[in-house]
Write a protein that binds this ligand. Sequence first.
Ligand code: SAH
Length: 352
Amino acid sequence: MSAEPLTLAERLSRQIAAGGPISVAHFMAEANQHYYATRDPLGAGGDFTTAPEISQMFGELVGLCLADVWMRSGRKPGPLYAELGPGRGTLAADALRAMESAALAPRVHFVETSPTLRERQRALLPHVTHHDSIDSLPDDGPLLVIANEFFDALPVRQCIRVGEEWRERVVIRREEEGRFVAVPGYRRIESGLPPIAAQAQDGAIIETPIVGAGIAYALAQRIAKQGGAAIIIDYGYAGPLLGDTLQAVKAHEFADPFADPGEVDLTTHVDFTIIGNMARQAGLRVSGPVDQGPYLRDLGIDARAEQLARTHPARAAEVEAARARLTSADAMGSLFKAMAWVHPDWADPAGF
Ligand code: SAH
């Protein structure tokens, strides 16, 4: 007799039945781990499209931004290109090609947990070294780090105001309805909430990037020790802010974040204030967040688009559409933000 392996929904149901409600953070961690491990979600036929998949200009400009910082900081030897959550590897391929034109040929290291995406990345960049976390990145050279739409995929803790108290938001299973729902848990949250918590109304939600903040701090400590710079791009805001930003996307449409764990992409908007403060605490200099549109324009996306359109006239309309999508305020230009960190002895990046 061969038993079917349990689905993630069944596993989570059993966990909840045996051990009680699970936190939103735990739910998000399990759901995204399964989601990314079992598919390539990117592109028109997938669930969502990211900036590097829209145009080569994105990776080229971000790569050149880092190459320029490296050159103006004394061309330190042995640089490492480290990308967090590189998706299909498209950004890295475009960034590395642009870096090469600036005589920068770093060793390439990816932090990626998905076996499916690792394989895709290796097809594009056979010489990449993969890591489960930033802990095993080499420590013998300056780090040039890129993270595009990485932090939004990491689990957040959600706290919800119930009367005069704050409680952690948890996920339960309503068997009669056959679905998961998020409700206020019993555990009171006594500390660690920002001052705006005091003005919040009943039902308000505060998100804390418990995993992202830890990764940001550890990464910043590495840059403080090894030298280097990081560019972080994501949808987000300069917090603190009250609100539930947890969202699910499936086939380019919003979905219920709790309905189908592991089968939809779960994200939250990134609190750039917290991410930036982690870098400041580690002794780095922080620029931004600035809107992606002005950032890419400052780096020269208009000139690059013109040049590409001239060289490939048949693609001119496509290049212009991509430029507009990446930069205009009603597309990705202002929802997405860019932030940069540099070692205190390194030059500030262009674009901020
Ligand atoms: N940066 C890419 C892909 C963004 S999707 C792009 O812009 O196209 C999020 C990426 O982060 C995927 O590659 C996913 O597998 C990876 N990821 C998600 N959670 C992760 C984690 N905890 N550790 C490492 N990688 C993770």
